[in-house]
Write a new protein. Structure first.
Lengths: 251, 251
């Protein structure tokens, strides 16, 4: 049985302020938890119902385990339909972007993406296409938001996410910067080369004006119908797909 | 000022049961409303705050207009942050799938997609790529769910959505059926031809077993990293993008 203070601590982590203060975030579902257990992330504690206890893998003895009732899980869960298991995970320190590590590969750069579901889907898509790094503007939605975490379907533990001032970062980096714009070159004709950054903008306003000048290759997904724009996670996916189609399986 | 019964009627439309009963659904935001006004859909009534009244276009005189307070709009809105304007729209009759009309083009077929945000994003993406028809299994999420409508960003008024028994439909139709599977042919090498159906499955379970046998061309988006799967709206987008890349702007 959980104490009142445990419940109130876990519930506080539903809010960004307390996640940041404690350096801890929540993941839910057996699949996510198994993936995080096999990653570099450190788990703090795991809360599971008896129904799921037979599915539990072997745990590191440093992780505190709590069997909880359905009612207790409902109290601490961030989901409308809790999935039988929830874990608290230590946030890694964001030690800033290591520019040298971005060479010879492609990375995503997000300018103020706001929707946690979109961000989570972008992380999952990046993981599918073998993209290891996502660099975000300081006002991009938090990677540890429960909706972001849930939408990544476990991929968060395999993709590095850092936050930085994008104008400074893009000014320093010596890589091609492909920008998703409405009036760039046809994405299907692009020459991606072997490395670069894919810059994607905010859902409503696109890429900030002060960053557009940093783009070295403006790129457009041709429009065949009438929609005014594409969802940012959809654009990100088409960019990832196109550059992998170009580079082939060895990149 | 709205009467109590008006407010309770509009609030009832937040639920599928009452939308179906009344044949009316809710759209919100000036952009969506302008797009629906210019479409074949019939608007029933519009509710707007004084702040947005200067942005209103000319209306058909058959549409009832109500200026409402912020407080009233908050009561009837389906959004956490109402956008100053809401309209009620008559649902078109779903007269079933007109198979002959699917010739010489590509259409999407969705097997039990459940998330309204995913469905709305698929409708928006279809509209971007000029895909006019989406055929859904009977258990696919409702196109008039407020979250679906919102995610389409107005594209719902330009894409035909019908619901049907997919096993029957796919048995009758005489078109190539491209199915999104994990072990099909490389999407980047596909020969799409000039017409066909793109079959996409449920978020958790993929395409139902009884439909897999109907697929004439199994297709896979190659995986370069570690994620177990892609979001269904992301898969749909990559399929649309690839077949348009293949067919070119004249298709």
């Amino acid at each position: 049985m959980l104490s009142k203070s445990q419940i109130s601590f876990i519930k506080s982590l539903h809010q960004k302020k307390y996640r940041k203060e404690n350096g801890i975030f929540i993941i839910e579902g057996i699949k996510s938890i198994v993936e995080f257990l096999g990653s570099n992330y450190q788990l703090h504690s795991i809360y599971f119902t008896s129904a799921i206890s037979t599915q539990l893998p072997k745990f590191d003895t440093n992780i505190r385990l709590f069997e909880v009732s359905d009612e207790e899980l409902r109290k601490i869960s961030t989901l409308q339909t809790p999935q039988g298991i929830l874990a608290l995970v230590h946030m890694p320190l964001d030690s800033g972007v290591d520019i040298a590590s971005l060479k010879n590969q492609f990375s995503l750069v997000l300018d103020d993406v706001q929707d946690p579901g979109n961000f989570g889907t972008i992380i999952r898509t990046a993981d599918w296409f073998g993209i290891k790094n996502i660099v975000c503007s300081e006002h991009t939605v938090e990677a540890y938001n429960p909706k972001t975490v849930q939408s990544t379907m476990g991929s968060l533990c395999r993709v590095n996410v850092s936050y930085t001032n994008l104008a400074d970062f893009l000014g320093k980096v010596n890589l091609p910067i492909f920008g998703a714009l409405l009036d760039g070159n046809d994405i299907y004709q692009a020459n991606w080369g072997q490395e670069g950054l894919i810059l994607l903008g905010n859902e409503g306003h696109g890429i900030a004006k002060n960053l557009i000048g940093k783009i070295t290759v403006p790129i457009t997904i041709p429009r065949f119908g009438m929609a005014e724009s594409l969802n940012v996670a959809v654009s990100a996916a088409i960019f990832c797909s196109e550059l992998k189609r170009f580079s082939g399986p060895t990149s």
